[in-house]
Design a protein around this ligand. Structure first.
Ligand code: ACM
Length: 520
């Protein structure tokens, strides 16, 4: 008998294929031990659209969800799964582990199970297996920039579902930047009234805008939590704030200057002032962010902040002197320190982008984004590190040099092989490697206006990143083999695996609604 192929992605820690198969049908029911009811409900919800199966919860269900806190070797996210011809047992020490196991069950079923519509004539069988699966890294994620191009909450829910399928557990939402402010703040209503709309994008003549309501954001937090995904919000400061300065010029360094929400992209010289009014603004915004997002980590940016405005303004130079700093260029570290302290006092962990030459307090967990070597330097300084080096994790660069590729961030392509080859802490000494929490992909959206563009750029490179973050390293042929099967799953989900079609020149917020996810 030929060996049964079980092409899970990411690969599980241990997999044994046993004989036979289990079939979900009209008679199948779920048995949910106390504390696992929500996980059983999620499996039911995820299987229903394609299978139409009711999968009720009963006392003698064939599919058992069990919790055993003594299984400490599984950690918070590990799980065990035993499939026999008559029964399925999914067990974990924590419900989060069961959520990871649910995604494995989805991948073991025929790929049609992932279609968001009824599929007839398919036997919903899965091979009998024994799996024990524990993640390599605790932080496995993706950053989605909704500031350059806004995406509606309905799309963010889909994106969260795609992350969960790949056992990614963190969605970092980049909510503010020079080109748009998406987070409502009651005390500063002009942030979204003015700061959420950009007149055009690099000369295209098409206005673009959008912002979330507080209840949409809370809904996203709940949707993500039900799938074991944490939403980490980012409010970028003290640079990348032109959208805020367009709404409130007094927060900057020249209250008389009028700025637009930026229609270009890059690094704007206009940054927050270092006066009390700017710091009060940050604290008020962050209080509202913390009310909305329960995430232990709050990202406060810190990247690409020119200090020229501070050097040019006597008020800023006085602030530097009053704080005992050697010069205005040190105001960046001082500013981030004040904001970081504020978060720590409220029981949260500050997160920031890390660049060589920029000093953040050690209380910051950092994302080194330029080079992997910066990550090692940050770890040696004592920072906890989430590796985000741009040449392995910035998926807004094209994947190939093909002329079919839609516009991308200018620069050499980043191939799937480069992402697969990336090791978050390759050759680091154990103390430094121990500071690495994990890794995440970056989807900056200046060149990704629609969900179709986002997904075309994200996949399949996000599959390789998920594998690096969850699984022990495997050789390329092993990964490539499983990815061939996994592409069928992505197709069933409507993830565009070919360049998005040219779209009519409509305002982006209308254009979004004509993008569908039917497989092309
Ligand atoms: C960044 O790419 N500015 C974090």
């Amino acid at each position: 008998m030929p060996a049964v192929d079980v092409p899970l992605l990411p690969a599980p820690s241990q997999l044994v294929v046993t004989s036979g198969q289990f079939t979900f049908d009209e008679r199948t029911s779920l048995k949910a031990a106390p504390g696992t009811e929500a996980v059983a409900a999620l499996l039911r919800e995820l299987l229903a659209p394609a299978t139409g199966l009711p999968l009720p919860t009963t006392a003698d269900g064939q599919v058992t969800f069990a919790l055993d806190p003594t299984l400490t070797a599984l950690g918070r996210e590990g799980y065990g799964l035993t499939v026999t011809p008559d029964a399925i047992l999914l067990y974990a020490a924590d419900p989060t582990g069961l959520l990871r196991g649910v995604q494995t069950l989805r991948q073991l079923l025929p790929s049609d199970v992932l279609a968001g519509r009824p599929v007839r004539g398919v036997a919903w069988t899965l091979p009998c297996v024994r799996i024990t699966d524990v993640p390599r890294y605790a932080w496995r994620g993706a950053m989605l920039d909704v500031a350059r191009h806004f995406q509606p909450a309905a799309y963010i829910r889909r994106f969260i579902d795609l992350l969960a399928l790949h056992k990614l557990n963190t969605l970092h939402l980049h909510l503010t930047d020079d080109q748009g402010w998406r987070m409502p703040v009651a005390a500063y209503s002009k942030l979204t009234e003015i700061g959420a709309r950009r007149a055009e994008t690099r000369g295209d003549g098409i206005p673009h805008g959008g912002s979330y309501t507080r209840s949409e954001l809370s809904g996203l937090v709940a949707h993500a939590a039900a799938r074991g995904v944490t939403l980490v919000p980012e409010i970028d400061m003290p640079g990348h704030v032109r959208a805020a300065l367009a709404a409130y010029p007094e927060l900057g360094n020249d209250p008389d200057r009028r700025l637009d929400v930026w229609t270009e992209w890059g690094v704007s010289d206009q940054v927050l002032g270092v006066h009390d009014q700017a710091l009060d603004f940050c604290r008020t915004v962050l209080d509202e962010v913390m009310d909305t997002f329960p995430s232990p980590y709050i990202h406060v940016g810190g990247d690409e902040c020119p200090t020229g405005e501070w050097a040019a303004r006597s008020e800023a130079r006085s602030r530097a002197r009053a704080e005992g700093l050697a010069g205005p260029e040190q105001l960046h570290g001082w500013f981030m320190g004040r904001v970081g302290e504020f978060l720590v006092r409220r029981g949260r962990k500050p997160l920031g982008w890390y660049e060589d030459g920029v000093t953040l307090p050690c209380s910051f967990t950092v994302l080194p984004w330029r080079d992997a070597a910066d990550g090692l330097a940050a770890a040696r300084r004592g920072h906890e590190v989430v590796m985000a080096p741009h040449r392995a994790t910035y998926f807004d660069y094209a994947e190939s040099a093909s002329r079919q590729e839609p516009p991308a961030q200018p620069g050499p392509p980043i191939g799937l092989d480069a992402v697969h080859a990336f090791r978050p802490a390759a050759d680091w000494e154990p103390e430094a490697a121990g500071q690495v929490l994990g890794t995440q992909a970056q989807l900056w959206t200046e060149y990704l206006p629609t969900p179709a563009h986002i997904e075309y750029r994200a996949f399949p490179r996000l599959c390789a990143l998920a594998e690096n973050a969850w699984s022990a390293p495997r050789p390329w042929p092993d990964f490539a083999h499983r990815l061939r099967h996994h592409r069928v799953r992505l197709h069933a989900l409507g993830v565009p695996l070919h360049p998005p079609r040219r779209e009519p020149r409509l305002p982006a917020f209308e254009r979004r609604h004509i993008v569908d996810f039917s497989p092309s």
